[in-house]
Design a protein around this ligand. Structure first.
Ligand SMILES: Nc1ncnc2c1ncn2[C@@H]1O[C@H](COP(=O)(O)OP(=O)(O)OP(=O)(O)O)[C@@H](O)[C@H]1O
Length: 693
């Protein structure tokens, strides 16, 4: 096997491992793989006994060839390695502006000068390469480059560029191939790859610029794809780059490179923008409204350029429409209208009339009402008759979103604002709902610090996304809702008074279902598509129930009924169990014996003393119900019905209660299978009992 010796000055340099041997070994391995054997030698460690016998002996400079010739078996095997840079390390240097002072840093002046000369050699001569000498100050320089020794660059230099370690150049590799006669296919392929990565003496600067030129053409192509007009000028407004769209938006026919912006469009007075770092302005030109954004680009602390982008407002509108379309696809759309609100209640029709008027303004609305009373339905209906009806309607529930996420959901965040943030940042709903309506549900559950932020947003009509350095103007209508009592919350200090006044401009209060009983059957028929008739007993139960979950709960009951489908005439058996306890009257009925209405005082006291009063009343009601629906009301059926009402009763206990009810003539026990019947007195007793409950 062929062998190569790499001879460098010393194993350590400035108390660090000297990387030269390792880098050159890698270069040789990259091309020759395992075709050669490599040994590293260090001049300062050579002794009289050492004889370097390898087929080729690589040294870094001709002076070193002289120094080692006495330790070498065949001095004609010595070659001086030429070194160059990797293309990837050097390309960034071509974008440094012309005539910039660039400090070249390495561990000693000799390697610094070598690097400078290599860089000039490969064509980096548009900048002033300044060799770094230890102890000297270079505070006037802002950019430094170094072959993988960035830590040696003084801290005051802002731009540090690593050009990578120097590698064996192509002429040396070719010489090795020729001398060692290694020409297998794998080496050829490796050589080709290696050749692609490094600067070779044949790479003239023109070639490099050609490469850059190709890139410029690609960039031009990309710029022309943009929907925005894009323009880059120097500080005096001289045009350096512009794209096709810029010419279209501003009706310019010819290429305007090197002309001054203020001269080609004198009527637009662009000079007014030159002294501002950033601009976001709307101009009117040739019957178009154009949004102009200006930003400053600072290149290597030296070159200040002005970047302008131009968007025609119609295009921005179109973008917004697309956004709306996307929001619709995402369900950010209000589906309910006032005709979907099923009600015959006077209160609701007054609310609807009021809402229709309120909808025409942009003012904030606060809807209160228990859970499930239709607050969101009302908010959507209101949005759908407002002038924002074709824009997004976005609902957010402050109680359903974890506190730490709520802020970013509302206001969004800039890219890279915190760990775990999305790469490109995230838009908050205030931005997403632009020109539309935001429904802030359960506003009473909003944490205090967000209440303050929301108040500022409502006052200033601007938001600042988390971690962003810019503000965004917002144009949204707010409809807030809460199932809590906002006035009580303000009194107890859990809701900001000033925010409450801001939101409570138009208060709308939806009554609970139990306060609009006329709607119960109507809604049930609506949800069951008028498929069933409800028996009187059934209606009585439905009316007596207090519907804590309001219309949402009622629509669940409708589902239950439709699923069991016990129609066409529905008895209480068709209702879910938990509705039935309405029979058993949960609340204490009479607060004290003194309140008992004559003539039932005796019966009441007797039942209370001899039985459990509430259970006895439930039994009496169950008998009444079974009588009404013509079901036998024997003990078996009674026990079943009471069980449905979550009243598990022993048969012996039931027997005892029936005996007492009978003794007081509240019921009659009939012989045979028909069971028990409530008497007129029993009915009156129950009525009075209910009136007092
Ligand atoms: N008047 C109505 N007519 C028909 N359906 C209604 C009516 N009001 C509410 N609903 C229905 O009741 C359900 C609950 O309504 P909604 O979500 O608007 O209540 P909410 O008061 O906003 O509840 P929450 O406070 O729990 O958010 C929905 O399925 C809705 O379709």
């Amino acid at each position: 096997m062929k062998s190569i010796a790499i001879v460098s000055d010393s194993a350590f340099k400035n108390n660090r491992v000297n990387p030269v041997g390792k880098i050159l070994s890698k270069n040789i391995r990259d091309v020759f793989g395992s075709n050669v054997h490599i040994n590293n030698y260090y001049i300062d460690q050579l002794t009289d006994h050492d004889i370097i016998k390898e087929n080729l002996i690589l040294v870094m400079a001709s002076s070193r060839a002289n120094m080692i010739k006495d330790y070498v078996e065949n001095p004609s095997n010595i070659i001086v390695v030429k070194r160059t840079f990797l293309k990837s390390g050097v390309y960034p240097l071509f974008s440094i502006p012309k005539d910039t002072d660039v400090l070249v840093v390495n561990d000693d002046i000799e390697t610094v000068l070598e690097s400078v000369s290599s860089l000039y050699h490969i064509g980096v001569n548009h900048v002033n390469l300044v060799p770094f000498e230890k102890g000297k100050s270079y505070t006037y320089i802002h950019t430094a480059i170094s072959p993988s020794e960035l830590e040696l660059i003084p801290n005051y230099i802002e731009n540090k560029i690593d050009v990578g370690s120097r590698v064996i150049d192509i002429s040396t590799i070719l010489f090795i191939i020729k001398t060692l006669k290694i020409q297998d296919k794998e080496t050829q392929m490796n050589f080709y790859d290696y050749y692609q990565k490094i600067f070779s003496p044949n790479d003239s600067i023109e070639d490099n610029y050609n490469n850059l030129l190709v890139r410029t053409e690609e960039l031009d192509f990309l710029l022309d794809l943009s929907h925005d007009g894009i323009l880059l000028t120097d500080q005096k407004g001289k045009i350096l780059i512009h794209n096709k769209r810029f010419r279209e938006i501003l009706d310019i026919t010819k290429n305007q490179i090197d002309k001054h912006l203020h001269n080609i469009l004198p009527e637009l007075n662009f000079k007014q923008y030159y002294h501002h770092k950033t601009i976001d302005d709307l101009i009117h030109y040739h019957n178009k409204y154009i949004n102009v954004v200006k930003k400053e680009i600072i290149h290597y602390n030296k070159d200040i350029k002005m970047y302008f982008s131009f968007q025609e407002v119609t295009y921005i509108k179109k973008l917004e429409q697309n956004l709306t379309h996307k929001l619709r696809q995402k369900g950010h759309v209000a589906k309910y209208t006032f005709t979907d609100i099923v009600s015959q209640s006077k209160t609701i029709s007054t609310i609807i009339e009021k809402s229709k008027k309120i909808a025409q303004s942009d003012l904030t609305v606060l809807i209160t009402g228990e859970s499930g009373t239709g607050k969101e339905v009302l908010a959507q209906a209101l949005h759908n008759v407002s002038k924002r009806k074709n824009q997004p309607f976005i609902a957010i529930n402050a109680a359903a979103i974890p506190e730490n996420l709520l802020e970013s959901e509302l206001f969004g965040y800039a890219k890279g604002s915190f760990t775990g943030a999305l790469k490109d940042g995230k838009k908050g709903i205030f931005e997403m709902a632009s020109t539309g309506t935001i429904f802030l549900d359960e506003i009473g559950d909003m944490p205090n610090h967000l209440q303050s932020k929301l108040l500022r947003v409502l006052q200033e009509k601007q938001i600042t996304p988390i971690g962003a350095d810019h503000i965004i103007d917002i144009d949204v209508r707010i409809i807030a809702a809460t199932h809590k009592n906002p006035i009580e919350m303000v009194e107890t200090g859990s809701f900001r008074r000033d925010l409450f006044y801001r939101l409570n401009i138009f208060p709308l209060e939806l009554p609970p279902l139990r306060k609009r009983k006329e709607d119960i059957l109507l809604l049930l028929n609506h949800f069951t598509n008028y498929k069933y008739n409800f028996s009187d007993a059934c209606i009585e139960i439905l009316q007596a129930y207090n519907w804590p979950g309001n219309i949402r709960e009622l629509s669940n009951v409708a589902h239950y009924i439709k699923t069991l489908d016990e129609g066409p005439l529905l008895t209480p058996y068709a209702l879910p169990n938990y509705i039935i306890p309405a029979l058993s009257i949960q609340k204490p009925v009479f607060d004290s014996k003194e309140q008992i209405t004559i003539p039932f005082k005796k019966e009441y006291i007797c039942l209370e003393e001899k039985t459990n009063l509430k259970i006895s009343i439930s039994v009496l009601q169950a008998i009444k119900l079974l009588n009404e629906i013509n079901k036998t009301s024997g003990r078996k059926h009674l026990l079943e019905l009471l069980k449905k009402s979550a009243l598990a009763l022993q048969e012996s206990e039931l027997r005892r209660i029936i005996k007492h009810l009978d003794a007081m003539d509240l019921i009659i026990i009939k012989k045979g299978r028909t069971g028990n019947f409530i008497t007129e007195k029993g009915l009156q007793f129950l009525t009075i009992y209910q009136q007092n409950s």
